[in-house]
Design a protein around this ligand. Structure first.
Ligand code: IFP
Length: 220
């Protein structure tokens, strides 16, 4: 996938696992989100109640198949072995995870995304071979229990001003009401968890976010 294709894929990036789906079947929630127009998917089975072992692998396989059917890139969070086992299109790792350079070596050809909270982390991740950066938290987040301090879209704008040209996606507390500011700050897309996965109507929530992100990118 070229950097240009990756930028387009990052426009509306849903990140989810069973703990984020408000008790609903994550497969049904993802199918609805895909119908609503999400452009990339991250399987992040983490936090209280997360599946482990065979159940985790089975859910990952079902979500992978859904994305395959829709031609949407499927990324696995943290677990490189699971990403390889599921034939994922990529992996997303945090600063505390296996260094991007090791991951790059083990996953030749896969998309490698890395979380970055500041310029130094962004530069080291890109030097290690990251294909895109997840920058946040943009706003107060309901999902990540150990989130770093909220930096807002300004934090992402600072990275662009400092010369970071790589594909960037903002994450943390993003919904249809505040997504535009993240893209206007220079992000290629918005990564969304609860605003879609916990929505009463995930398809409608994804469609509203898809319109919001397309409108800003179209206007830039
Ligand atoms: C901790 C994370 C930070 N950023 C991202 C994403 F936005 F998708 F790149 N995903 C994560 N799991």
């Amino acid at each position: 996938m070229s950097p240009g294709q990756l930028r387009a894929a990052l426009r509306l990036y849903v990140v989810l696992g069973s703990p984020n789906c408000a008790g609903r079947d994550p497969v049904q929630v993802l199918a609805a989100a895909l119908d609503g127009g999400v452009t990339m998917v991250q399987f992040r089975e983490k936090g209280p109640g997360a599946l482990q072992g065979a159940a985790r692998r089975a859910l990952g396989g079902e979500l992978r198949r859904l994305c395959d059917q829709r031609g949407v890139p499927f990324i696995v969070n943290d677990d490189v072995g699971l990403a390889l086992e599921l034939g994922a299109d990529g992996v997303h790792i945090g600063q505390e995870d296996e260094a991007a350079v090791q991951v790059r070596r083990r996953t030749s050809g896969l998309i490698v995304g890395v979380s970055a909270h500041n310029q130094a982390e962004a530069e080291s991740a890109l030097a290690a071979g990251a294909d895109y950066l997840g920058v946040g938290p943009m706003y107060a987040t309901r999902t990540k229990l150990d989130a770093r301090e909220v930096q807002g879209p300004a934090g992402l704008a600072r990275m662009r001003a400092a010369g970071i040209r790589a594909p960037l996606v903002g994450i943390g507390g993003i919904d249809a009401g505040n997504a535009a500011a993240v893209l206007a700050a220079g992000a290629d897309g918005a990564a969304v968890v609860s605003a879609i996965a916990a929505a009463r109507d995930p398809r409608a929530a994804a469609a509203e976010l898809s319109r919001a992100t397309a409108a800003v990118l179209g206007a830039l």
